[in-house]
Design a protein around this ligand. Structure first.
Ligand SMILES: NC(=O)c1ccc[n+]([C@@H]2O[C@H](COP(=O)([O-])OP(=O)(O)OC[C@H]3O[C@@H](n4cnc5c(N)ncnc54)[C@H](OP(=O)(O)O)[C@@H]3O)[C@@H](O)[C@H]2O)c1
Length: 264
């Protein structure tokens, strides 16, 4: 595993497990298998309805070896509700602290929610705070008022929508960019893409592994989701090779600069 150092000096793995759409026993099984396979970052959210399942697994693991991210969404969109829901997430996750707490998307009450997050940070309930799905304008506006610069912004990012300009702006202000749906959730026939497959053949890697390495090699962390044991292992097996510059340039041609999820 490789790590990046966040703006609060916290060490974060560059690759973790996404858990969107993993529910119940399947979620517990995947999180448990992922930890077994060497994952330490687990990305959950109140919206996913699976914090409890993540908690059921991590309560038996060595807590300090893990990095748990969760997110507050619209039901927590006020200072009071965010404050209460941070405690509720701690209960769900069955832990004393959350490694990374994000605002799931911009809300008109984002700054009030962030105030509750800053207090949780001071109280040691949370180790780092950040945001998700903030575009350039929303981010620049937010940092004028937020006082604590977000440690990261988790956004849509994959070979078809690279968001390089956003990454440059975030890094200029000391915020890390993390990619959600790093496989574009399979859209655009990602796993059969001829450029990714052809490059993969030269390194003995799959299209999935090439797509992840492309982002990690440019300083973007990734949280791919899989419910399959073999794929969990495949997705983390990207640290024994380096993409050559010419291959990076070929992959760059896939970028259409357009969201595939219509988020913004
Ligand atoms: N902050 C946000 O607003 C936001 C939004 C979206 C997602 N996220 C986070 O980002 C995580 C990842 O995004 P995502 O789940 O939307 O999509 P993704 O990770 O881009 O893709 C997941 C899909 O790819 C398949 N897959 C995984 N590994 C594979 C492999 N090696 N070969 C072939 N197929 C493979 C999975 O199927 P199987 O499960 O069958 O393997 C699943 O259908 C989420 O789980 C969530 O934690 C955050």
């Amino acid at each position: 595993m490789e790590y990046i150092i966040l703006n609060n000096n916290q060490k974060m793995p560059v690759l973790g497990l996404g858990t969107y759409a993993l529910r119940g026993y399947e979620c517990e099984k995947c999180v448990s298998e992922a930890i077994e396979a060497g994952y330490s970052l687990i990305d959950t959210a109140r919206m996913y309805g699976n914090e409890k399942e993540v908690g059921n697994v991590i309560k038996d693991a060595k807590r300090e070896s893990l990095f748990i991210t969760t997110k507050l969404y619209s039901p927590s969109a006020s200072y009071e509700r965010a404050k209460a829901d941070i405690n509720s997430s701690l209960d769900n996750l069955q832990t004393d602290y959350i490694d990374m707490l994000l605002i799931h998307e911009p809300y008109s009450e984002s700054l009030s929610m962030y105030q509750a997050m800053k207090e949780a940070l001071s109280a040691g309930k949370v180790k780092a705070i950040g945001i998700s799905n903030f575009n350039k304008r929303q981010y620049l506006d937010f940092i004028k008022h937020c006082e604590v610069i977000p440690a990261l912004n988790q956004v849509e990012c994959h070979v078809f929508y690279r968001q390089k300009e956003l990454q440059e702006i975030l890094e200029r202000h000391n915020t890390h960019m993390q990619a959600w749906s790093p496989f574009a959730c399979g859209k655009n026939n990602f796993f059969n893409n001829s450029i990714l497959k052809e490059i993969g053949r030269a390194y003995g890697k799959t299209a999935a592994q090439i797509g992840l390495k492309y982002l990690v090699q440019q300083g973007v962390s990734v949280i791919p989701k899989s419910s399959k044991t073999q794929r969990l292992k495949e997705n983390i097996d990207i640290f024994d090779f380096c993409l050559e510059e010419s291959d990076m340039r070929k992959i760059e041609t896939l970028n259409s600069n357009k969201t595939l999820f219509g988020w913004y």
